[in-house]
Design a protein around this ligand. Sequence first.
Ligand code: SF4
Ligand code: MSK
Length: 653
Amino acid sequence: MDKEKDKTIRAAQDRATDRASIETLEKAERDCVTVSFFRMDQQKNQCGFGKSGVCCKICHMGPCRITPKAPRGVCGADADTIVARNFLREVAGGTAAHSDHGRHLVLLLKKIAEGKGGGYVIKDEPALRRIAREYGLETENVATQELALQLADVFLRDFTAQEEHLETLKLAPVKRQAVWERAGIAPEGIDRMVVESMHRTHMGVDHDPHNILLHSFRTALADGWGGSRIASQVSDIIFGSPSPVKSAANLGVLEKNKVNVLVHGHEPALSEMLAAAAGDPEVTARAKEAGAEGVNLAGICCTANEVLMRHGIAVAGNFLQQELAIVTGAVEMMIIDVQCCMPGLPEVAASYHTEIVSTSDIAKTVGAHHAAFNPDDAYASARDLLFRAIANFKRREPKKVFIPAAQSPLVAGFSVEAIKYMLGGRFRASFRPLNDAIIQGRIRGVAGIVGCNNPKQQLDHYINILTKELLKNNVLVLKTGCAAIASAKSGMLTPEAALEHAGAGLREVCEAIGMPPVLHMGSCVDNSRLLEAATEVVREGGLGDDLSDVPVVGVAPEWMSEKAVSIGCYFVASGVDVVLGNPFYISGSETVTNYLNGGSAEAFGASFHLHENPLEAAEAILAIIDRRREKLGINKKAERKLYDMKDRRELDV
Ligand code: SF4
Ligand code: MSK
């Protein structure tokens, strides 16, 4: 594309914020390689009907587009029905993705329990027993394998239940469970919710926008409290519960003298084995024979978050950096599993020596080498992939290599258990100190900032501006997914960041505990950990008895995927307001827009709020937090006074 001729084409600095991305974007331009940022330009003037949600192609009398002159589709559906149906289909897509990920892990847990787990074992037995107790299973004198089998069966029933509500819903505050019952949105089996979504949105079925939207929330609950929660819990049982770990993030973690292998996607099963195999002496020896110093394993997107949280493996980048990593010319292999792996990867890789390897039979990519991952012999599969990457090292072309220097140190690994331990120590592990800090006003509230990047926005810009503004205002920030990686790249995931960016109260808490003011809680499915943390706050007491009471807000600043739509919906249905940095495709229906952006508060105590400017978003978030504090009667400035001897005498103590 000719920048001189087309003034709408943005410079690299306008597309990204971090040095590494800017430098590799410039290299992509020099190398004449097309990445998502440039394809975004090619897609300019995106369809207005699609953006407003009024395009329907659910049946073959259509596609129909609603306009003032044609206010109904061929079947008679109006904008409200069409927009609501499209929205529900997005939620169903997101729920299906998270939950199928969870299902794969439950099936692996079952195999381990039956003694057929290949190289996998239960790494975190205390987590198994704790979680089993949460679901009411008897754990005393029950052998590990037996308990794992029973728990796997509980989880599998949550997928297949036809008439019973999800067991996992019982982990929510009792008052919230009653809200769901009252609204008629307590979900039955996860699979049933997704199937019912597809049924209801088939031509000629559910046409009432409110009824459709209620099912959107019901389906999303089957994700957040069901499939995603199960995925996080089973990952902890099999691979170990995360605890604080140091590492680094950004493209600078690639190493010039090593065979660079990137894991990308979401499912941790293979990447866990790759993490183990990367340290195998035979692998290192093979790398040395090939002229490298060893193998450097790093990650992209949420597979990165999974191996970061549990092993401290470095993160090469977030969603929009997946192609930029290849543009460095220094990646021997990118191993992809499911979700968020761009189909454009092989085309970018064709300009370099990188091999893209797909590993899941449900996620093949044209132009990638497919090496189906065999969980029965996972370690061998992992080693074979590393050997293949090593063999590719000789094809690296030094003149095409440019590894940006930028990388930032980070601390990640904040599971709910780890936060409890951090706050209270081994013998008093609890959320009490956090609740007290919120009640006293040292921490004004909590924001969960989650989600992706989107080339419609400048990479990481909104996320980082918003995060800094919230920290300045004493808001503790919890993060997952690519938003967490954005913070990692900008150096916000270190305890030192508190000294620089946090307001006085938050800084005091962070310094006392030695924690970063931004806590990385994991991957996209780990958004369920945010709900778990909020539930712990409710249980601890003093901040209301429902999630809609707690001064907490969810934010999806640069989101792009259907999973984010589902996440937003399960936050709102759980009583947590959600601020979006870019809009849903709903503007074509006032009914749908009004319900999602306000009306839902009547039933759930929370709704969506659209703010495309990060500073306006910060203001809105603080206003929501303050409203909740006001309701709790704790919205007073903390009076903190250090007493001198005169004061003490006056107090007569
Ligand atoms: Fe058109 Fe109705 Fe068919 Fe949709 S379902 S494509 S609005 S006729
Ligand atoms: S990877 S869903 S781009 S957060 Fe979970 Fe990142 Fe969004 Fe994918």
